[in-house]
Design a protein. Structure first.
Length: 252
């Protein structure tokens, strides 16, 4: 029932958004070539589906996103679990992290393109950077906030490394780590598109630039809508995975 209500809310929300779009189209003075209607964008979407352009670019973007995001999350969690257990080391690393964290991943793009050229790698690196710091810091913070009683009970039961890390520390810290993973998902998806606009010749980000260059605002808006829908689906999927993990560890 909750899933049905949630799906209904999504449909209503998207319907309101399209309705506002249609109203703006009607009342605005812009030419339809520059600001197309929802129907024109939908027709462009059908056109891209028919010629295979959309599916190819979605596949390319999802490959880059999967590689960059998953590798970043795994590495950030492992490092975060280790550094969270040795705060005497992290206090020297933290200033460096805080220095690099506010820098937009796209600021590194010229340097990344010079090193790796045009293709998949620049976009993957951008995604990796975008996802890394939120997950790392949330993991370190989560480990530092674990109730000391967990360690006392583990000691009484004779649980030592590496079982302590996997059986006790990670499950106890996971709810807070999940917040970082969730935040990193949205950030990484945003910067995937930004990275593909500069460092790639395929993918959804490139499709936006190509539509702009060809003055196809209908294609551009259709692509933007697809990017938003995929982001929504990824967010929903991640929430489902998080709930299953919490159930597995008795946290939900």
């Amino acid at each position: 029932m909750k899933k049905l209500l949630s799906f209904k809310n999504v449909i209503i929300s998207i319907g309101i958004l399209i309705g506002l779009w249609q109203i703006l189209f009607i009342v605005s003075d812009f030419d339809s070539v520059l600001f197309p209607s929802p129907l024109q964008a939908f027709n462009a979407l059908i056109e891209m589906c028919n010629d295979g352009t959309l599916l190819n670019n979605i596949g390319t973007s999802m490959y880059r996103f999967g590689v960059g995001y998953v590798s970043s999350v795994v590495i950030a969690i492992v490092l975060g679990l280790i550094l969270g257990r040795i705060p005497s080391v992290f206090k020297y690393i933290n200033p460096m992290v805080q220095l690099l964290r506010p820098i937009s991943p796209t600021a590194w793009m010229p340097f990344i393109v010079l090193l790796f050229g045009i293709g998949d790698i620049p976009a993957i690196v951008i995604i990796f950077i975008a996802a890394f710091f939120p997950v790392l810091l949330s993991t370190v913070g989560a480990v530092g906030n674990i109730d000391p009683i967990y360690y006392k009970v583990s000691k009484n039961f004779g649980i030592k490394q590496p079982y302590l890390m996997w059986k006790v520390i990670f499950p106890a810290a996971f709810p807070q780590i999940a917040n970082g993973i969730h935040l990193a998902l949205g950030t990484a998806w945003i910067f995937l598109v930004a990275g593909e606009m500069v460092g790639a010749q395929s993918g959804l980000g490139y499709q936006i630039i190509d539509a702009r260059n060809n003055i196809r605002a209908d294609v551009l808006l259709a692509t933007i809508l697809v990017i938003g829908l995929i982001g929504l689906l990824l967010d929903t999927l991640l929430k489902s995975i998080e709930k299953q993990i919490l159930k597995l560890w008795g946290g939900a």
